[in-house]
Design a protein around this ligand. Structure first.
Ligand code: F6R
Length: 638
């Protein structure tokens, strides 16, 4: 059944008493995007019936991509025409030429306008080419045009990590109109990978103003992924402030925020629901509540008292469990049982309270790694244990990872290879060298260049897997086609991708699958790789061997599972931690100055070590044993 967006229900309810913007949370951002697209489509059709134009305010960025995809779908199926649609985009970088691939003009045509029957004259996108001296008038005219059309019927928004809407960065006034603005550093850093480095991200942009946006009759704001969680909480629960322009939406009476679970994860009613209302106390929620209280009060679980629970909204839980004493022991044991030195199951042991099954004692295992290095960064210690404990371990690198190799690195290898080849002119190496020496844009590598970049990563992976004692025959390079665009933006996952994964799983018939459960970026490679695995599993789950297959999710370099989500915790000794670091260091092209560093300037091995140590510290602080480091996994039930 389609879950409708209940946008009329704006208000403050019992279980949302901290919330000041109506919002809806979905398990699946793709599904939520389809619903948003349908709301827009209904509005367009309603206006058509009334013989009126439909004025839409549109956003760019990663958040609305699936909404546009569905609008295009509806059009292609013949269910929606855009003949009466007039659009106004929120913003454009300044200066910026429309033909530039990073322009919002390019984005909108690529994702929507080129595929629907909108009249080109009805498309309005701020121009990044207006001469400086004409900008003020240009912006006034942009607002005026919207006003003369009767205002925006609908405005689609994303939210930046600064809390910007459009490019109304912190400090924007609620009465601001369309204008030129200086981009915040965080915003530029977030755009850095699109521009191949923050130094190439424009410093300015033209943006629709806060007041222009607020006059829209209906607003939907989208927020996907963990990296939006803290700004979403501040926007929905915080005070209205120009430091977080999205908070102005609290004063708009027809706004809905549409989020996935990750973006909503910091909301009070999600993170600590017992503070907000009566809860249904499942075991999961009990673990969440008790570990939260222990962290909050910095007290080991076994020292929490009745008073501690009562003072933090958990009196109801105590009533169910009898006393803090009973509850503490119960939860302590549950957390304790997640710890195992036997990630493939402990042979000949009672496995009632262990995360993995004892049988079969020797398991077939596939570790899926989105890029050639996530395996060792995220689960190098567990990987090594599985091999040492005699399981048949396979690793499958889902993508070639070629775009993350710098030109300098590729040139070095091509030059070495050409010299070894006695400098023959006609070789592929000389072609690569000539190509790289003449390359002027960030992307668009030749096929040979992409190939050498991919091979560099392949050979680094062999370095790491051989070091861990894995036979080359157990290393699989899937080179999934969706990734091979030669640029940051990937194709959607397709049938070929699914087939390749499905063939591998069918040939190995694994008892365990490990996959990267990273949801930080909904359009990032990790999420697409995970989607591809889930889709494959969905299709093959009826096969007999899948009855014995358990799927474990690990998290990538950036953040770990919440303690209450962890279902298997594999401790590492100091020596094992060092071994893991050595394995990561084989990935030389991803060391020092890497192309996709993210916000954290530290090297991958440093982050991995710190993250695994922090997980161990969390267990320690809960009053469990003190380990050097821990790798954590959550089971995926299909
Ligand atoms: C884009 C825009 C921005 C984005 C915001 C979120 O037109 O105005 O406010 O909506 O930066 O970007 P994504 O969706 O890429 O996270």
């Amino acid at each position: 059944m389609i879950q409708e967006i209940k946008y009329k229900q704006v208000g403050k309810f019992e279980d949302t008493k901290f919330e000041k913007i109506h919002n809806e949370i979905f398990n699946d951002s793709n599904y939520a995007s389809v619903l948003v697209a349908h709301e827009i489509a209904e509005l367009i059709k309603q206006r058509q019936q009334e013989g009126r134009p439909c004025v839409l305010g549109l956003a760019t960025g990663s958040s609305p991509i699936k909404v546009y995809e569905e609008l295009v779908n509806l059009h292609k199926k013949g269910e929606l025409s855009f003949y009466n649609v007039i659009t106004f985009n929120l913003d454009e970088y300044y200066p910026m030429e429309p033909k530039n691939r990073q322009s919002y003009y390019y984005f909108m045509h690529q994702h929507l306008f080129d595929h629907v029957d909108i009249n080109p004259e009805n498309i309005n996108i701020p121009s990044g080419e207006v001469p400086q001296e004409e900008l003020d008038q240009y912006c006034i005219d942009y607002d005026l045009k919207i006003k003369q059309l009767g205002g925006l019927d609908f405005q689609l928004l994303g939210i930046g990590r600064t809390g910007h809407i459009g490019f109304n960065e912190p400090g924007s006034h609620k009465n601001s109109g369309t204008r030129i603005i200086t981009l915040d550093h965080v915003t530029r850093r977030d755009a850095a990978s699109d521009f191949n480095g923050i130094e190439y991200v424009p410093k300015k942009a033209i943006t629709m103003g806060v007041s222009t946006i607020m006059k829209a009759k209906r607003i939907i704001m989208l927020a996907w992924g963990h990296k939006k969680a803290s700004i979403v909480k501040e926007t929905i629960e915080g005070q209205i402030t120009s430091n977080i322009p999205a908070t102005f939406l609290q004063n708009h009476d027809n706004t809905t925020m549409i989020m996935d679970n990750e973006a909503a994860s910091e909301l009070t009613r999600i993170k600590t629901p017992w503070i907000v209302s009566q809860c249904i106390w499942t075991d999961d929620l009990k673990v969440r509540a008790v570990t939260w209280l222990s962290e909050e009060l910095q007290k080991p679980i076994l020292k929490l008292t009745d008073k501690d629970y009562n003072e933090h909204g958990m009196a109801g839980l105590l009533t169910i469990e009898g006393s803090a004493y009973n509850l503490n022991i119960k939860i302590f044991n549950m957390v304790q049982h997640t710890i195992t030195g036997w990630p493939g199951g402990k042979p000949n042991a009672d496995d009632k309270n262990r995360p993995e099954r004892a049988n079969p004692a020797k398991k077939r295992v596939i570790i899926f790694s989105p890029h050639p290095d996530d395996d060792v960064i995220s689960m190098g210690g567990t990987f090594s244990r599985l091999i040492e404990q005699g399981h048949e371990v396979h690793v499958a690198y889902q993508t070639s990872g070629n775009i993350a190799v710098t030109d300098e690195e590729a040139l070095k290898f091509a030059e070495v290879a050409q010299l070894l080849d006695n400098g023959k002119e006609e070789t592929n190496f000389s072609k690569i060298i000539t190509f790289l020496q003449n390359k002027t844009t960030a992307y668009g590598d030749s096929i040979e260049t992409r190939k050498i970049k991919g091979l560099i990563r392949r050979m680094e992976s062999y370095g790491a897997t051989r070091y861990l004692g894995l036979n080359d025959a157990k290393v699989h390079f899937l080179d999934l086609p969706f990734y091979e665009t030669g640029e940051v933006k990937k194709n959607p996952v397709g049938e070929n991708d699914i087939q390749i994964i499905s063939d591998l799983i069918a040939s190995i018939q694994p008892h365990q699958i490990y996959a990267a459960g990273d949801l930080a970026d909904p359009h990032g490679t990790h999420k697409l790789c995970l989607d591809a695995i889930f889709e494959t599993i969905e299709r093959i789950k009826g096969q007999k061997f899948m009855e014995d297959c358990w799927v474990w999710l690990y998290r990538g370099a950036w953040h770990e599972w919440d303690i209450a989500d962890i279902e298997m915790a594999v401790p590492l000794s100091p020596d094992e931690m060092n071994k893991k670091i050595n394995a990561i260091l084989f990935h030389q092209s991803q060391k020092d100055r890497v192309m996709f560093q993210g916000e954290d300037a530290r090297e991958f091995w440093v982050r991995a070590q710190e993250r695994n140590r922090n997980t161990a510290l969390l267990y320690d602080n809960l009053g469990l044993a003190e380990y050097e480091a821990i790798e954590a996994f959550k089971r995926y039930h299909f």
